[in-house]
Design a protein around this ligand. Structure first.
Ligand code: PNS
Length: 168
């Protein structure tokens, strides 16, 4: 059985992530989306909440599972019998950091390959951090994230701020 993992922070998942998941799921029998705890970052959403949003977003996509993980991505891959780590690439800004991670992961686990999928052009500008910033400042990001995320973002940043600024 061909298994791949797609690790990330997903704080929160957006349409660019979802596009990568849909396309990667066509290439592998099983795709395990790994929601990283990542103690060095200070996420807006806790790991279980991030995973829950991803689960709701991928409902109905065949072969996709969602789990949280702590520790090394390659250890997560090995636990799932995955030989491939999927990463999405938006632009050159991602390339350096992703190459470094791919090379380190290769050192740690030479049997595991990193596979880069270029983002679809319509999502090339999306990032979770920008989406959070815009939502905090009252901009409407509902077209950029799955419905499950819209509700939770509203709960975090406040609906009145959001709708008031957008409509005025
Ligand atoms: O969505 P992100 O924040 O770009 O995802 C980064 C992530 C979670 C994939 C990366 O930080 C990671 O792999 N973390 C797990 C710890 C690890 O394996 N570190 C060494 C990677 S070379």
């Amino acid at each position: 059985m061909s298994v791949a993992i797609y690790p990330g922070s997903f704080d929160p998942i957006h349409r660019g992530h979802l596009d990568i998941i849909v396309r990667a799921a066509r290439l592998f029998e099983v795709l395990v989306v790994g929601v990283a705890h990542n103690p060095t970052k200070q996420p807006l959403f806790g790991p279980e909440e991030r995973a829950e949003m991803v689960r709701e977003a991928v409902e109905g996509i065949t072969g996709v599972r969602v789990e949280t993980f702590e520790g090394l991505t390659v250890a997560f891959a090995r636990r799932h019998g995955a030989r491939v780590i999927i990463k999405g690439l938006r632009a050159t800004m991602d390339f350096d950091a992703e190459m470094k991670m791919a090379m380190m992961n290769r050192r740690l686990a030479p049997e595991i390959e990193t596979l880069f999928l270029p983002t679809s052009p319509e999502y090339a500008d999306l990032s979770s951090s920008l989406i959070k910033e815009v939502a905090r400042l009252g901009g409407d990001v509902s077209a950029l994230v799955p419905p499950a995320v819209v509700e939770r973002l509203v709960a975090k940043v406040g609906r009145s701020v959001w709708t008031a600024s957008w409509n005025s």
